[in-house]
Design a protein around this ligand. Structure first.
Ligand SMILES: Cc1cc2nc3c(=O)[nH]c(=O)nc-3n(C[C@H](O)[C@H](O)[C@H](O)COP(=O)(O)OP(=O)(O)OC[C@H]3O[C@@H](n4cnc5c(N)ncnc54)[C@H](O)[C@@H]3O)c2cc1C
Length: 452
């Protein structure tokens, strides 16, 4: 029996359904990948979780890696890092990584290979054209994508212009190629209408060098013309444009700019567009109030998509606030953050039921995902679940096998950019509070699926 919002909140206990969905998803996850490449990756991850010294050294090593092409030089760099640790678990771990006693040079090479292979798994190509086979393969397998162009921080107008141009070219390349993709009814339509085949995620901070907390209005002015251009290309090619959310000090400016542009007559109906809500912000329930108020005042032919995430800058926000003697804007208690994520999930799904927004629930946490799926099922709705390429591959496979709607967030960039991205993801996922870390350490499923 389907529930309305009030029933679903107060009514039959969702917990048994959450546990069942969570267990079903685990049963559908592909068994550990057995390729030699996967084995190297697992060893790098496992070693990094177990050995903080190795973790620190790998991060330093990854910093150095893009600057040198010569494998000998690389070996020298890692050799130096290992030498710093000398007889520490780090040096021993290096040998274990390569499955046996090794000279320093061989250890360095093994670690370099591991890091490089991992970076390759997180990016789907050097540029849009290079990424087309991977995107089409996902489409054929039943998974939608959103593409993200990686790059260094934007510090000049030329870099901002170059990023905007790469985004435009990507939209055009994907538009052209996507016409030949086979029909996938599931990915092209939902209860609220047609869904674009092409979907691009953009970062406002890359569209201007001026997005600074001290003067956000300058950043807004700097990015406005370029974001407007991208919205126009998305509208004209029938693509979806999604604006990612970044650090707290730019949140207000990014939300204001995006909603202001979408309110303009030329974008009032199209393109399909979206924004991100970060549940780790203690103020996020108020942010959602404002977004929902905006959707009431600006009904769109293509409802606004709201991607719910926890937030990728937790350490930065906490350290920054404490340094200034401010109260951090992010929850300090992991469970409180997860409870808030679930409350926002239910509100977003309720708003989708009213036809005002499309909810996209982005997480690799099995509990968060199973909770969203159970609530959407109870309300008779099909909610989109999103994962990051590389980190969420197994979850994605399980969700597809369970017949759920999935979108993979796929970074594009060269190996150098891929490594910078890999560092951020590794830092996040080998941190104490990560769900993926708990899962990798073998925490039992009942505990992983517990109500936060
Ligand atoms: C498709 C997709 C798109 C994304 N887009 C964005 C984006 O635009 N902007 C953005 O900021 N992030 C984005 N992210 C990243 C996201 O915010 C999370 O960092 C990441 O998904 C990890 O959260 P989780 O639910 O998967 O894992 P979990 O392990 O369940 O959660 C980890 C998260 O919990 C929070 N946390 C960690 N420690 C604590 C603590 N002590 N107290 C309270 N909270 C804590 C942090 O947010 C951390 O990232 C995206 C993720 C996906 C899957």
């Amino acid at each position: 029996m389907l529930m309305n919002a009030a029933d679903a909140e107060a009514g039959p206990d969702l917990e048994p359904r959450i546990a069942t969905i969570g267990r079903e998803l685990v049963a559908k996850m592909p068994t550990a990948r057995r390729t030699p490449r996967a084995a190297v990756e697992r060893r790098v991850m496992g070693a990094m979780v177990a050995d903080p010294e190795l973790r620190a050294a790998v991060f330093r090593f990854v910093d150095v890696r893009p600057a040198c092409d010569d494998p000998r030089e690389l070996a020298r760099h890692l050799g130096e890092l290992l030498a710093e640790a000398d007889d520490s678990p780090l040096a021993r771990r290096g040998a274990a990584l390569a499955d046996g006693p090794l000279t320093r040079r061989a250890t360095a090479k093994a670690a370099a290979l591991g890091v490089e292979q991992m970076a390759q798994r997180f990016i789907i190509g050097a540029d849009a054209r290079d990424a087309l086979p991977a995107i089409e393969q996902l489409w054929r397998a039943g998974a939608a994508t959103t593409v993200d162009l990686l790059g260094e921080a934007t510090v000049t107008e030329e870099e901002a212009e170059s990023y905007a141009r790469r985004c435009e070219e990507t939209l055009l390349t994907l538009h052209e190629a996507s016409r030949a993709w086979p029909s996938r009814e599931r990915l092209e339509r939902d209860a609220l209408g047609p869904l674009p085949r092409v979907n691009l995620s953009v970062k406002v901070s890359a569209l201007t060098p001026l997005l600074r907390p001290a003067a956000p209005e300058r950043g807004i002015a700097g990015a406005r013309a370029r974001l407007r251009r991208l919205l126009a290309v998305a509208r004209d090619t029938g693509a979806h444009l999604h604006v990612d959310m970044e650090s707290f000090d730019t949140r207000e400016a990014i939300a204001e700019l995006t909603l202001a542009l979408l309110s303009e007559p030329e974008f009032a109906d199209r393109p399909s567009a979206g924004i991100v809500l970060q549940a780790y912000l203690t103020e996020s329930p108020r942010h959602l109030d404002r977004l929902l108020a905006w959707t009431r005042e600006h009904p769109r032919a293509q409802p606004l998509t709201i991607r719910l995430v926890k937030g990728a800058y937790w350490d930065h926000e906490t350290v920054e606030a404490l340094q200034h003697g401010w109260t951090p804007p992010v929850f300090q208690d992991r469970r409180a953050c997860d409870r808030n994520y679930e409350a926002l999930t239910r509100r977003l799904i309720d708003a989708q039921a009213d036809g005002r927004v499309r909810a996209a629930i982005a997480s690799h946490n099995l509990r968060s995902i199973a909770h969203a799926a159970a609530y959407a099922d109870a309300r008779g709705l099909d909610v989109e679940l999103q994962v990051l390429r590389g980190l969420g591959d197994e979850t994605q496979a399980a969700l597809l096998a369970a017949g759920r709607r999935v979108r993979a967030y796929c970074p594009i960039g060269d190996l150098v950019a891929g490594m910078a991205y890999l560092v951020r993801r590794l830092l996040e996922n080998t941190s104490n509070d990560s769900f993926l870390r708990a899962q990798a350490e073998g925490v039992d499923l009942t505990t992983l699926l517990e109500q936060p």
